[in-house]
Design a protein around this ligand. Sequence first.
Ligand SMILES: [Fe+2]
Length: 355
Amino acid sequence: MCEIRVELTVPALLCGFDAFFSCVGQIDAKNLEVTSSQYADGALAVNLWDTVELWNHEQAAGYRKKQEVPYDPSSSNDCLREATARLNRYGYCFITGVPAAPEPTEALLEQFGPIRNTHYGGFYDFTPDLAKADTAYTNIALPLHTDTTYFTEPAGLQSFHMLSHEGPRDADGDLGGSSILVDGFAAASKLYHEHREAFDCLSKVPIPWHASGNQGVTITPAMRAPVIEFLQSGYGDDLLRIRWNNDDRGVVPMEKSDEWYAAARIWDSILKDKKMQYHFQLEPGTVLIFDNWRVLHGRTAFQGVRRMSGAYINRDDYFSTKINSQLTRDEVQSWSLFQDRNNLVESSKRIISRT
Ligand SMILES: [Fe+2]
């Protein structure tokens, strides 16, 4: 058997190369090497995304201005590139200068990927009228959570644009309704380093999740899932996702309940630690977009009526937007073919240090 070296360019791979016909019976697979010069020189791993940076209250407050990206009504790639870079590094960003109306908000969010249609609809625009049986449709305080824990694949991005807030103010002139974000990866890292048993429990014990509040709607994921999820791809054990909403949680398996509740109490105390929480006020004209797989959100109670708009976007669609806003077309094609551990920058930066 002769040794054959085949060098395929990315366009060739995409243009109908029949990998299962012409070579059958003629080539010893052990001696077949496919190379891509774009891939081999490692260029794709350079300057794509910065390191994921964990944050707490103090750091987030200091980042505020850095997190703002000016709205560009021309839909240029600059806005997407800047926004996705921040989303990758910190898990959230603010788009400023957006007209406080539903149409431009929806158009902006659609740039990040197709809006996900759920039992709440697609793009949402609502007031606290309990139109849906969900605490989001009230004006009570909401504890920190991630959204759609009951989906097999929870929403990738979540977003809020408060279009208006009217109502009686308190003695300090305050309407309430502060938004709260917590870096779930930072919280998981803290749990890992300070409470290893609790971390092991919350990352290994799968539990049921559900959405059953609305008549005729009962959504459950295809599998039970732990609070802290890791990639199961064989690439390693990178942190993948936080899935946490106590209001949508099912019953913890009896044989694990003592251990799980003890761990959950510690996890909850980390999320409630003011040093972990970034508090800020949503305002008309500024759209908050965040990674629902990483960042938990909540709010304080508020007075009066808020009109809130936003949308969910799937992780895969957002990821497509991210790489296409950061890379050239050739780079994207080469990257998507290999997705090698060393090139999968996003994944590799999601590692919790285990030292
Ligand atoms: Fe929520």
